[in-house]
Design a protein around this ligand. Structure first.
Ligand SMILES: Nc1ncnc2c1ncn2[C@@H]1O[C@H](COP(=O)(O)OP(=O)(O)OP(=O)(O)O)[C@@H](O)[C@H]1O
Ligand SMILES: [Mg+2]
Length: 244
């Protein structure tokens, strides 16, 4: 579904991504792990079309994304929940949800808003409350719900666990797993390696702008791209940037 090949990105003289290859198939949940400054957000922004200078290939359902404007990428089924959530604090929960449907018809949006509120009941009971008064966890739920209003085939989430208490992180990840179960593909960017792996079918580890490891997850077992069983220590050291 999403195919990224030989992809690079730079901010002026600073190279943020080098020759990245990553794919997400329809219905899959894939996580992209990496520590601060690894280039995770840059990759997500590039897929959305708001990144820095880029090179390489980006395709979604065999369409060249680089030829599409941001709104057309959204219309084609890509949604994103940015780092920091991007909630409009002085608008109500309901108004925030409606914003997510700007590229869809009115009836479709109303239906999607109802559905989002049934997935996140807390949002229903607070629909007329100003979004800025929600707790951090509730705001994260709202950001995810808002992304769903556009009826995406792929949703990219940039560090949804950031700044949340462990118990709230669990609720957010349960919601992510539920969304994936309904058939929406997930590209999850995280520093919280264990939580991310718990909801993913496959993973990539990004270090200083390069993919240093990739593999599959099955029943808590991690297998590298070349079929080798990986220990958690190996995963951690790839993530931390030590040679494994
Ligand atoms: N607007 C910018 N101008 C210049 N350099 C930037 C800009 N945004 C990011 N960078 C640099 O690009 C690299 C990758 O940044 P990016 O935000 O993609 O990392 P990240 O993996 O998302 O990190 P974090 O986990 O801290 O969010 C970093 O070295 C960062 O300093
Ligand atoms: Mg980031």
């Amino acid at each position: 579904m999403l195919e990224i090949e030989n992809f690079s990105a730079r901010y002026g003289q600073v190279s943020a991504l080098q020759q990245v290859a990553l794919r997400v198939e329809a219905g899959e949940a894939v996580c992209l792990l990496g520590s601060n400054g690894a280039g995770k957000s840059t990759l997500i922004r590039s897929v959305m079309g708001i990144g820095p200078d880029i090179g390489g290939q980006l395709r979604f359902e065999n369409k060249d994304l680089l030829a599409l404007r941001v709104e057309d990428r959204i219309r084609n089924g890509i949604a994103v929940v940015f780092e920091g959530r991007g909630i409009l604090q002085s608008m109500t929960v309901h108004e925030n949800l409606l914003m997510g449907g700007f590229c869809r018809g009115k009836q479709e949006v109303e239906h999607a808003v109802e559905e989002a509120m049934s997935t996140f009941p807390i949002l229903k009971s607070r629909q007329n409350q100003l979004a800025g008064t929600l707790s951090g966890g509730e705001q994260q739920m709202l950001a995810i719900a808002r992304a769903l209003i556009a009826r995406p085939k792929l949703i990219m989430l940039d560090e949804p666990s950031m700044g949340l208490a462990p118990i709230v992180v669990e609720t957010v990840f349960e919601a992510i797993a539920e969304i994936n179960k309904r058939g929406v593909a997930i590209l999850l960017v995280e520093q919280n390696m264990h939580m991310a792996l718990s909801v993913s079918n496959r993973f990539y580890v990004l270090n200083c702008g390069s993919i240093v490891l990739e593999g599959k997850v099955g029943d808590g077992v991690f297998v590298s791209g070349d079929g080798r069983a990986l220990s958690e220590e190996e995963l951690e050291s790839a993530y931390m940037g030590e040679k494994s």
